[in-house]
Write a protein that binds this ligand. Structure first.
Ligand code: ADP
Ligand code: MG
Length: 247
């Protein structure tokens, strides 16, 4: 079980995360939605300390850290427990798909080359890329690169997979293959926090949806409750403008 308490972050006086609290059960898929600038990326980035929160704590099973007095060792442990998939793939351009997936296993988990290769091949197979192991990122499509990034994140067996708009940089025809890889991971019991603007995908994979506005969780519930029957005025406004721009 994951417990995030009282998470706050401001950038030069502007409050971006405002005392956020969130409990996540093992195997749960939580979708975070909200307008641009709501604080969604800052929230994910704060969890594994890519941003430095001003206050708050995170507990993952028995591992608990207070962000205001986190140690270097705790940062490394935290990053081992939370893997992130970014909008822009973030692969090493000079390494093959297989070596990209192996990297964390060798460097962070200190596995032998043989063990790392075995796991990396399995994860690439799960995202349908066995035939692309030796390809460099420049010879992969955007969808394939993002699937390598997902395989790399999952290879670390994270307690929580963090996905920040994983399909929004892709051409529309490549979105489906990446969403399938995410849905497969969700079905296999991977706990995740997904930031997405794709409401049909959110409705398909999420157990719980949180609507974030100005750094606060305004409303949370099942996908049907939040997407089809929002109660709060700001959530209703968000969906009204969402429908204007996407439909
Ligand atoms: N490194 C930064 N320095 C200053 N302001 C930032 C930084 N990162 C994000 N912000 C600001 O924090 C707010 C939330 O940004 P972000 O978390 O990226 O929102 P979202 O992902 O929901 O679009 C925005 O107003 C943004 O300009
Ligand atoms: Mg963002």
């Amino acid at each position: 079980m994951i417990k995030i308490s009282n998470l706050s972050k401001s950038f030069s006086g502007q409050t971006v995360l405002d005392h956020l609290n969130l409990d996540i059960q093992k195997g749960e898929v939580v979708a975070l939605i909200g307008s641009s600038g709501a604080g969604k990326s800052t929230f994910l980035r704060s969890l594994n300390y890519l941003e430095t929160p001003d206050s708050g704590s995170i507990q993952i099973d028995d591992f608990k850290v207070d962000f205001s007095q986190i140690t270097q060792e705790e940062i490394l442990t935290l990053r081992r427990k939370l893997s992130m998939v970014f909008q822009q793939f973030n692969l090493f351009e000079r390494r093959t798909a297989l070596d990209n997936v192996k990297e964390g296993l060798v460097v962070v988990k200190k596995l032998s080359d043989e063990e790392a290769t075995k796991i990396a091949k399995e994860e690439l197979a799960k995202v349908g890329l066995s035939d692309r192991e030796q390809h460099y990122p420049r010879h992969l499509s955007g969808g394939q690169k993002q699937r390598v990034a997902i395989a790399r994140a999952l290879a670390m067996k994270p307690d929580v997979l963090l996905l920040d708009e994983p399909t929004s940089a892709l051409d529309p025809e490549l979105v489906g293959e990446v969403e399938k890889s995410i849905a497969d991971a969700a079905r296999s019991g991977q706990t995740m926090i997904l930031v997405s603007h794709d409401m049909s995908f959110v409705a398909q994979v999420a157990d719980k949806v949180l609507f974030l506005d100005k750094g606060k969780i305004i409303e949370s519930g099942t996908p049907d409750e939040i997407i089809n029957h929002p109660k709060e005025e700001r959530t209703k406004e968000f969906f009204a403008s969402y429908k204007r721009s996407y439909i």
